[in-house]
Design a protein around this ligand. Structure first.
Ligand code: URP
Ligand code: ZN
Ligand code: ZN
Ligand code: ZN
Length: 468
């Protein structure tokens, strides 16, 4: 089984070059100067003339079937990974969950049970540690050593659900320092936020926009600074701030990075494109579609401007989606009359590659940064490189042919995610996913699906190779 991709421009983090790419079986076999590939009997030829050839997207932050707020994220591993493939993403790293008082290994096993045999593309797991104690700290070592899980998410938000206090955070960071893993942080001061939520509700302010108003950016910045300090005290534990949305939090990350620290951050398309006023503040209950945490930020402060700049300067290393879809009907509606009961999350796993390409078209990032932030750095950050994230001989043949002359219109009518609305309804992208190859199999071509449930395999991950 061979595939020859001819006539395209291969984009890497360091540049662009014309090359023909030969795939043999599940791997990339060779790159040839244009026209110099040998003729191979029976090879499928993909004509990439006038198109970009990029490593398959890696979405390092998804939540398939996450239990949240009395319901479950609406995409299964089946529907969510198929939608991802349509959008040019060929690897996801999803978050397995341990809750307070529960067993970490059982939480991980439950996630394997959800994903096993159901995925259309390859997948790995981070582990949410929802209860830091002696048992879960010990389990962190076992996950790194035996299970291919080398990153752990902690929460400074959601008291009573996933929340860790500063002592628990410090202990987990010390453990990560010992075993070489990465701490991922949901940095929002959840204790202060809960006070603001109760005060808003007692004033009768129940609409979705209050979700954003009760989670001020200063409380994201405060938690980000505190996490950075705790990681320093723990011995410069590698720290990765998830779903960074506020310019003040970005400034804290930039300062730590200027000091040479192993501090990294991701942002998500929703923070680059959507705002508190235009989406979360939509009339009536409509804004519930855009309730996520961290929240969408005001357009009257320079959040989006600084986030795009952070993508250029690498203070933001990665763009993930934080894909956590809930249908409007019956799921978001759980919060009718009380914004604090709206399940938190936006679905976007299908649109990340396109939405970031629009940043290239708009002159906000380069083609090189596009590929680096959506594929190459996620692979390096989370121990998948060079198997994933690069077009090079020996790497898995996860490849996207992207058409800069195509157009994509985002809509609930055409997306493949299991959602009854789109957070990006009507957005037009001046580019289009043309062909998607996952481990040597064409899964999307001509807008048609050729993949299959069960093709995707679990990816045991090593330690990060991105540290300074
Ligand atoms: O709103 C969000 N982000 N939902 C998913 C859970 C999380 O905090 O990442
Ligand atoms: Zn989070
Ligand atoms: Zn998340
Ligand atoms: Zn076809």
């Amino acid at each position: 089984m061979s595939i020859l991709i001819t006539g395209g421009t291969v984009i890497t983090p360091t540049g662009s070059h014309a090359a023909d790419v030969l795939v043999e079986g599940e791997s990339i076999a060779a790159l040839f100067a244009p026209g110099f590939a040998p003729a191979i009997d029976g090879a499928t030829v993909v004509d990439a003339s006038g198109k970009f050839v990029i490593p398959g997207g890696i979405d390092a932050h998804t939540h398939m079937e996450l239990p949240f707020g009395g319901t479950f994220a609406s995409d299964t591993f089946d529907t969510g990974t198929k939608a991802a493939a349509f959008g040019g993403t060929t690897t996801i790293i999803d978050f397995a969950v341990q809750r307070t008082g529960k067993n970490v290994h059982e939480g991980l096993a439950a996630w394997h049970a959800k994903a096993d045999g159901n995925c259309h593309i390859d997948y790995g797991f981070h582990m949410i540690i929802g209860g830091v104690d002696d048992d879960s700290l010990k389990a962190m070592d076992a996950l790194v050593d035996n299970e291919g899980v080398s990153s752990f998410k902690l929460f400074m938000a959601y008291p009573g659900v996933f929340y860790s206090d500063d002592g628990q955070i410090l202990r987990a960071m010390q453990k990560a320092r010992e075993n070489g893993s990465m701490i991922m942080m949901h940095a929002e001061n959840g204790i202060a936020i809960d006070v603001l939520i109760q005060q808003a509700l007692s004033r009768g302010e129940t609409d979705p926009i209050n979700h954003g108003l009760t989670r001020p950016s200063e409380l994201e910045a405060e938690a980000t600074r505190r996490a950075i300090s705790l990681a320093k005290v723990a011995g410069d534990t590698p720290l990765y701030i998830v779903h960074l949305s506020a310019y003040e939090a970005l400034a804290a990350v930039a300062e730590a990075r200027d000091n040479g620290r192993n501090v990294f951050a991701e942002t998500c398309p929703q923070y680059l494109y959507l705002t508190l006023e235009d989406q979360l503040g939509a009339p009536g209950f409509e804004g519930a579609k855009w309730v996520c945490s961290t929240p969408l930020r005001t357009k009257h402060e320079p959040h989006q401007r600084d986030l795009w700049r952070g993508l250029r300067t690498n203070d933001l290393a990665i763009v993930s989606t934080d894909h956590c879809p809930f249908c409007f009907k019956d799921q978001k509606e759980l919060g009718l009359g009380d914004f604090s009961k709206i399940p938190n999350g936006i679905g976007g796993v299908e649109h990340r590659v396109d939405l970031l390409y629009q940043g290239v078209v708009d002159g906000k990032i380069s083609l090189q940064r596009w590929v680096e932030t959506i594929a190459t750095t996620p692979a390096r950050m989370f121990g998948l490189y060079p198997r994933k994230g690069v077009i090079a001989p020996g790497s898995d043949a996860d490849i996207v042919v992207y058409d800069p002359n195509g157009r994509t219109r985002i809509s609930v009518d055409t997306h493949h995610m299991n959602m009854d609305h789109s957070a990006y309804e009507g957005y037009e992208i001046a580019g289009k996913v043309d062909t998607v190859i996952s481990r040597g199999s064409v899964v999307v071509a001509d807008g048609q699906y050729h993949g299959r449930k069960g093709h995707g395999r679990y990816l045991p991950r090593g330690l990060s190779t991105y540290l300074v």
